[in-house]
Design a protein. Structure first.
Lengths: 226, 220, 589
């Protein structure tokens, strides 16, 4: 499994589009890799010095230059044009769905605090509550998370969702996502933040709507952690 | 005027910049100095325009009139530097040394006035870390004429920009003193005045940077 | 009136007796060749040190929490009982990067070969400013000593990565590191001064001191590359200096540049660092590309394919390198629109790099390939730079970067271009110019053994890192087994570590070859590689002043297998009956 060029299983709406971009680039670079490297090996064998054979005295070919420059340029333009809309969807400030469930996340050395809007569905109200290192969301529902950092730069990384965003002290960054599968996933910190960086993990749980409602009701009974 | 071979580009060489090595070297070096001040001034611009509050008006903390005079002094020193250069090219050793000495005095005075200003500012409570609590300027913070939210970065950017400029002026003055001492020993002539031209270039650059700094720090 | 002396056949500086003292000749030397060798010794020591640090990192990653063999020599503050502490691991990560980038690769490419090659290859007696050159070396040594001192600092050495992101890098309350991080900043400021002096020297020398007939488009590509690199150094290092000074002030005198609570901006550091940092990585590859060009043409016995394109590609990379820095910051929280613009510029920089790869292949096509040791390394450079460059395309695409940023995919990319690229080019270059530096040949048999072992273990070490990254393995983590999703990758981590240990061990062959050949290597001819460039027409090693007679250049450096001569090479300064005097010189002999 470790040797694979395949990406691990994706569980968000972003995963499909990001993974597609990855595979497109893999295909293009893969072809380039084989053409160039095999070509190189072939040249090394075919043009090995042999007695009686002289190298060809040639300084270049304008036609060749134009050809490979254009092909490369067109290829990168295509990659750029395909990538742009995906980036915009994930990170664009105007791409956040209006009905996304609001959340807040605060990264600090070396844990994650998540604030939930409570039954009224609004943040900054009396029924908000916070949990340490536990992110709970609903499958197939978009959520938007205001990401902040307490002390140093951290980075919110859920590999299964293909989402990563640096948490920066002094900035409040909105991160949105839509999980597509129920289950538990891992959240990792992806920016060196000090001594405990390697153990700054959290658990992500994606519920069905019913399971989430039940979980929410249970939280009401618990003491909120601010 | 006839130059010695040293004032030409190297003889046994392909045409290059068309000037002797030391002059080309100084122009190249000044390129790096532009980038250094760009880092400091660029950061200042980013900090100021992204600041979480108002920026203090220059006259509230700083002594604009005295610094304006200092600016005038530095500009005069560039003029005297040009005159020194013209004199040595012309072969007039007396005038050359006189104008160079005046330039040194003006440059040293500039540094002196800046140092004097710094001691006053520090005394009043203006530090690279912001406004010192309980100081004279602290009253202005409490009154609101020096916005508290930006006092820290105001101090930080002021001192780093003017401080490094002052450091560059000081290096220039020290270099000019060295040139002057060499001039006293007859080290420059109408056929070889490389050191004079090269330090002159540096001096004009330092003056130009100050004009920009004075504008953005003291006038805006 | 005109005082230009007879330029053709002018007696060079190598004509007179050299009566300098030992101190003047070898320690405080102003001779560019000696200074180049001084940088070589200094850099190789730091290269070995940087590699040692990596071995410790790989031990921890392969065998987390286990006592490292020999680890008990380390103090309790680093590795009690031989088990590396997390804080020490972070310092290792930081210092590995710092030593390799600033004290190994950069001085090897720029300090060693810039110094050694430029005056020789352009036909000059020395650099424009020999005394500044000497200062440049000793200032670099001082910087290295300051950086080494950090290991003894209380609180340990710098621990914010070689990228030193604020606020972690400026707040001991967050990093646990105080003096060590300050020394890191101070060391780089001092090193910046050394680099500046070097850059001024190189640029002035290349512009103003080329021998008659050495027009711009007859310069070897190694010189073009070093020249453009020097311009990058000149303009980029001051930015780092400015940023490092601001960071040092935040750490020591209470300024607020990067402190958001008091008006500073955290991202300002990243913009400053990467505005320098991206040109820096081109500084780390361009001279390698230049020297590889010289060596491939030589090994192929064929002119460089597309010389002008290669020159413009170097310029293109140099120029474009200034407008891509934001690709290090795609996920940083900067305005997402900048993500689009930087993606475009980043994708475009693939074009000149690709042009160079195709032209290297074009050079070998229909050549007569001689696989001397430098050629082996140079060809490997092309093969591995291709991998590094192609992996870069993934991260250039902003959406894919969301996933692979700060993972081992990036680490793989970095090492394919810096090790697979720059370091292999350096093995090639050191072997190639060793005879000119020391008057002896390195042993070719052991050179080949070293090459194959290195090539093999290198790829076994770094290629799997692509896979680690694709599974989400983050960078700079002390113990991957903390994460359930990384636990299945532990066998791969172990595999990489073992390959790395074998890779490191193989370098002993190079070190021994390098040191022993100095004393017992075969005595070198003037031109052992049958190369065309000017340094191969003077003794090995050349005398102080280089050329007894200032050379005159009649052609470019890549006239291999020319029909104008029966040899398969034609030196730049060999005058044929059909050659005219250079336009810059008076006609007639």
């Amino acid at each position: 499994m470790g040797w694979s060029w395949l990406l691990p299983h994706g569980a968000s709406t972003f995963a499909a589009r990001i993974d597609f971009m990855y595979y497109v680039i893999l295909a293009i670079t893969g072809i380039a890799f084989f053409v160039v490297e095999l070509g190189l090996v072939w040249f090394l064998i075919k043009y090995r010095a042999r007695p009686g054979r002289k190298a060809e005295y040639i300084h270049g070919s304008t036609k060749a230059e134009i050809t490979w420059t254009s092909v490369t340029a067109v290829t990168v333009v295509v990659i750029g044009l395909m990538s742009g809309p995906v980036w915009n969807q994930v990170k664009g400030r105007h791409s956040v769905p209006a009905d996304a469930m609001p959340l807040a996340a605060r990264a600090q050395q070396f844990e994650w605090h998540f604030t939930y809007p409570g039954p009224d569905g609004q943040l900054e109200t009396a029924d908000d509550f916070s949990l340490r290192n536990q992110l709970h969301v609903v499958v197939n529902r978009p959520a938007v998370m205001l990401l902040q950092a307490e002390d140093v730069i951290h980075s919110f990384f859920v590999p299964a969702w293909r989402i990563k965003q640096d948490a920066v002290p002094g900035l409040g960054i909105r991160v949105w996502f839509q999980p597509t599968e129920v289950g538990t996933f891992e959240l990792a910190c992806a920016e060196l933040c000090g001594l405990g960086h390697y153990r700054m993990r959290a658990q992500v749980t994606v519920h069905t709507q019913e399971a989430y409602d039940q979980w929410l009701a249970e939280q009401g009974q618990n003491v909120a952690i601010r | 005027m006839a130059h010695a071979a040293v004032m030409e580009p190297p003889a046994a060489a392909e045409p290059g910049a068309g000037v002797y090595n030391e002059k080309l070297g100084m122009w190249v070096f000044l390129g790096s100095e532009v980038m250094f001040f760009t880092a400091l001034i660029g950061s200042y611009i980013i900090l100021r325009f992204g600041a979480p509050g108002e920026w203090a008006r220059p006259g509230v903390v700083l002594n604009v009139p005295v610094t304006a005079f200092n600016t005038f002094l530095l500009i005069c020193s560039s003029v005297s530097m040009v005159k020194a250069y013209a004199a040595v090219v012309d072969g007039d050793q007396q005038k050359f040394k006189m104008w160079l000495l005046l330039t040194i005095i003006a440059g040293a005075s500039f540094v002196g006035v800046q140092a004097y200003e710094y001691t006053h500012l520090v005394h009043d409570g203006f530090l690279p870390s912001g406004i010192r609590e309980g100081s004279e300027l602290w009253e202005k913070v409490e009154a609101g004429t020096v916005p508290a939210a930006t006092a820290g970065i105001y101090g930080s950017s002021f001192y780093i920009m003017t401080g490094f400029h002052g450091f560059h002026v000081t290096c220039g003055v020290v270099s000019m003193i060295w040139v002057y001492l060499k001039a006293l020993r007859g080290g420059y002539s109408a056929t070889d005045y490389r050191g004079v031209e090269v330090i002159g270039l540096y001096w004009h650059f330092v003056d130009l940077v100050w004009i920009i700094l004075f504008t953005i720090v003291y006038l805006v | 009136m005109a005082t230009t002396a007879a330029t053709v056949g002018q007696v060079g500086h190598a004509g007179h007796v050299d009566d300098r003292s030992f101190l003047r000749k070898y320690i405080f030397s102003t001779d560019h060749k000696i200074i180049g060798i001084q940088f070589l010794i200094m850099s190789l020591v730091f290269l070995a040190l940087g590699g040692t640090l990596a071995m410790m990192m790989r031990w921890q990653l392969g065998f987390p929490g286990q006592a490292m063999p020999g680890g008990t020599v380390l103090p309790e503050t680093m590795a009690p009982g031989g088990v590396l502490l997390p804080e020490f691991y972070i310092s290792l990560v930081t210092m590995h990067g710092t030593f390799m980038v600033f004290f190994a690769i950069m001085p090897l490419l720029v300090g060693v070969f810039g110094n050694f090659l430029i005056p020789l290859k352009i036909g000059a007696p020395d650099m424009a400013f020999p005394r500044l050159n000497m200062m440049s070396f000793w200032v670099a040594v001082s910087s290295g000593l300051i950086m080494l001192a950090g290991f003894w600092a209380e609180g340990g050495h710098a621990g914010a990565g070689w990228t030193a992101y604020a606020p972690l890098s400026e707040a001991p309350e967050y990093s646990g590191v105080s003096l060590g991080q300050q020394l890191w900043c101070l060391s780089l400021i001092v090193l910046g001064l050394s680099s500046m002096l070097g850059a001024v020297n190189y640029i002035t020398t290349v512009i103003n001191m080329r021998a008659p007939g050495m027009t711009w488009f007859r310069l070897p590509l190694s010189i073009w590359a070093l020249f453009i690199t020097a311009i990058l150094v000149l303009l980029a290092i001051p930015i780092l200096a400015g940023g490092a000074i601001m960071l040092l002030f935040d750490q020591t005198i209470g300024t607020h540049f990067f402190k958001p609570a008091t008006g500073g901006q955290v991202l300002l550091w990243q913009h400053l660092f990467w505005f320098f940092g991206h040109p820096e990585v081109y500084i780390l590859i361009l001279p390698a590309m230049g020297m590889v060009s010289d060596i491939i043409a030589n090994g192929s016995r064929k002119p460089i394919f597309g010389y002008e394109s290669m020159v413009f590609a170097i310029m293109g990379i140099g120029f474009l390198g200034w407008i891509v820095w934001g690709h290090h910051m795609f996920q940083s929280g900067m305005n997402p629109t900048l993500g689009q613009t930087f993606m475009i510029s980043t994708l475009f920089i693939a074009v000149p790099s690709a042009i160079k790869v195709f032209n290297w292949m074009g050079t070998m096509w229909r050549g007569s390939l001689h696989f001397h040791v430098p050629m082996l390394h140079a060809v490997a450079f092309v093969a591995m730079f291709v991998i590094g460059g192609l992996s870069g395309v993934f991260m250039a695409s902003t959406p894919v970067d969301i996933y692979i940023h700060d993972t081992y995919f990036i680490v793989a990319h970095i090492h394919y271009v810096l090790f697979g690229g720059s370091l292999f080019a350096l093995f090639a270059a050191i072997t190639y110019w060793y005879p000119k530096m020391f008057g002896r040949m390195m042993n070719p048999f052991w050179g080949k053994v070293h090459f194959w072992l290195t090539f093999g273990f290198y790829n076994l070490t770094f290629f799997p890192m692509h896979q680690l990254g694709l599974q989400g393995h983050m960078r700079r983590i002390y113990d991957p087994t903390e994460y359930t999703f990384l636990q299945p990758l532990q066998p791969l981590n172990q595999f990489i570590s073992i390959a790395a240990f074998l890779l490191f061990a193989s370098q002993a062959l190079f070190a021994l070859n390098f040191i022993l050949s100095w004393f017992t290597g075969a005595k070198a001819d003037v031109n052992p590689w049958r190369d065309n460039a000017l340094e191969w027409s003077v003794p090995s090693p050349p005398p102080h002043g280089n050329f007894a007679v200032t050379p005159t250049v009649y052609r470019g450096p890549y006239e291999y297998s020319s029909p104008e001569t029966s040899d398969d090479y034609l030196p730049q300064d060999k005058r044929l009956p059909t050659d005219r005097m250079p336009a810059s010189q008076p006609a007639g002999d």
